[in-house]
Ligand binder design. Structure first.
Ligand code: SF4
Ligand code: SF4
Length: 260
């Protein structure tokens, strides 16, 4: 029986999430045994034409050319899975969405008039139907393998939507916020990293994006009243890799405009 055909596409991004697939190392051989890698420029110059059974899409939409290209990718893909903070939430480049992007291009480029870009960096789901979103900056390779395994077995991926705090409890990691007063976004951030930062005595800065139904108001209130955080500090905390994810965007907007 023919193996399902896999394609990997890149939009505005750093390539880190695609690298997570190559980083699978030993497991990669098993993946290659089960799927035909038909289009993956990071790994091979050989590009086979679509249609594809599964497309992994990294990166956000930041140009009109990419806004057209993602439509073609969708048409060629039976299943389309977005991987990483850029593809699922617009990425760090979505910081432009809160300002005038021309201010950034003028500050960075000698001839900004040559730069053709959209006003906003947007997630793939804002442009086409997405079958599953895998979060992280970068994604976890174990979660990527779970998504690939689920696709091959035709079941729903078992990816948690609960917060990082649960991983602290499971791994016996001491809470840096309760024990040391270190600001931590773990209560509102989706699990998947194994509570990596708290295990090194650092607060989570939200790289896996919002957990399901995150109570950002309660966390913000705790940061303000117990940790002495200022409103600008709260704005910066919610505006990082997943700044344009709806719950973090709403929270940072509220703190920027001094709403409770
Ligand atoms: S260290 Fe952060 S993620 Fe871990 S339990 Fe405390 S608040 Fe939650
Ligand atoms: S603890 Fe938070 S910032 Fe650190 S790797 Fe995990 S999700 Fe990312």
């Amino acid at each position: 029986m023919a193996r399902p055909r896999l394609a990997v596409f890149k939009f505005a991004s750093c390539d880190g999430c695609q690298l997570s697939l190559l980083d699978c190392e030993d497991e990669l051989l098993a993946v290659v045994g089960e799927v035909e890698i038909a289009n993956f420029l990071e790994a091979s110059r050989e590009v086979q034409k679509g249609p594809y059974d599964l497309s992994l899409v990294e990166g956000s939409i930041t140009t009109s050319h990419d806004a057209e290209r993602i439509q073609q990718v969708r048409k060629q893909s039976r299943f389309l899975v977005t991987i990483g903070a850029c593809a699922t939430a617009g990425g760090i480049q979505a910081l432009r969405n809160f300002k005038d992007v021309r201010e950034f291009t003028a500050a960075v480029y000698a001839t900004p008039e040559y730069v053709s870009t959209l006003e906003a960096s947007t997630p793939i789901s804002q442009h086409v139907r997405v079958d599953f979103e895998l979060r992280g900056c970068p994604i976890s390779k174990l979660q990527l393998l779970e998504v690939l395994g689920a696709f091959l077995r035709q079941r729903r991926p078992n990816i948690p939507s609960y917060p990082v705090c649960l991983e602290c409890k499971r791994t016996g990691t001491v809470c840096v916020m309760a024990a040391h007063g270190t600001p931590c976004l773990g209560p509102v951030t989706q699990a998947g990293c194994g509570a990596l930062c708290p295990s090194y005595h650092r607060g989570c800065f939200g790289c896996f994006g919002p957990a399901e139904a995150p109570n950002t108001a309660s966390l913000g209130s705790w940061w303000e009243t117990r940790l002495g955080a200022t409103r600008p500090e709260l704005v910066r905390a919610f505006r990082s890799f997943n700044a344009y994810a709806a719950p973090f965007r709403t929270a940072s907007d509220a703190y920027e405009h001094d709403r409770p």
